[in-house]
Write a protein that binds this ligand. Structure first.
Ligand code: FE2
Ligand code: FE2
Length: 164
């Protein structure tokens, strides 16, 4: 996804109500776990890249846990309280949103590691199985950045800023 597409996607979603955002994000989780990650693993296997294949297993576990927390705990509460005073739930929500944001920082560190793998692979472009793998890593990182940006900026933000 080119950078201006990313900006356009973000601008479009900035006006979506929480319920619609959450539906979109849950579909996204499914796409990451059912489509993008398995595809990267398959291509890493074809390229016989063991360290990358192992790293992708770890990433899979990390994302499954994070997505599950969002879907079962954080998202439902955010949707139900969108236009309401969170009252006594405010502190718990602040804690949950900060926790999700901290997970995102960890995902970002891992995406930088994926970028390093990608960079290394660029020296092996004479092998036909390498280019599709590079594309799939690149795609995954772009969609993950978009996904995390949407969550941080449009969903968690009210509970992340101090004084709220
Ligand atoms: Fe998410
Ligand atoms: Fe997230």
């Amino acid at each position: 996804m080119p950078l201006n597409d990313l900006e356009r996607e973000l601008a479009e979603k900035s006006v979506w109500p929480a319920e619609r955002l959450v539906k979109y994000l849950i579909t996204d989780h499914e796409t990451f776990l059912v489509k993008r990650l398995p595809r990267m693993k398959e291509l890493a296997g074809q390229a016989e890249h063991k360290p990358l294949a192992q790293f992708l297993e770890t990433l899979d576990t990390e994302l499954k846990g994070h997505f599950r927390t969002e879907e079962t705990i954080v998202f439902p509460v955010l949707v139900s309280l969108e236009h309401e005073d969170p009252g006594s739930l405010k502190q718990a929500l602040q804690y949950a949103c900060r926790h999700m944001e901290a997970d995102h920082s960890m995902h970002e560190r891992h995406l930088r590691l994926l970028a390093a793998f990608q960079h290394e692979l660029e020296d092996e472009l004479d092998r036909p199985e390498v280019l599709p793998l590079i594309h799939s890593l690149d795609d995954f990182a772009r969609y993950m950045y978009l996904h995390m940006n949407i969550e941080n900026r449009f969903l968690f933000e009210p509970y992340l800023s101090p004084g709220r």
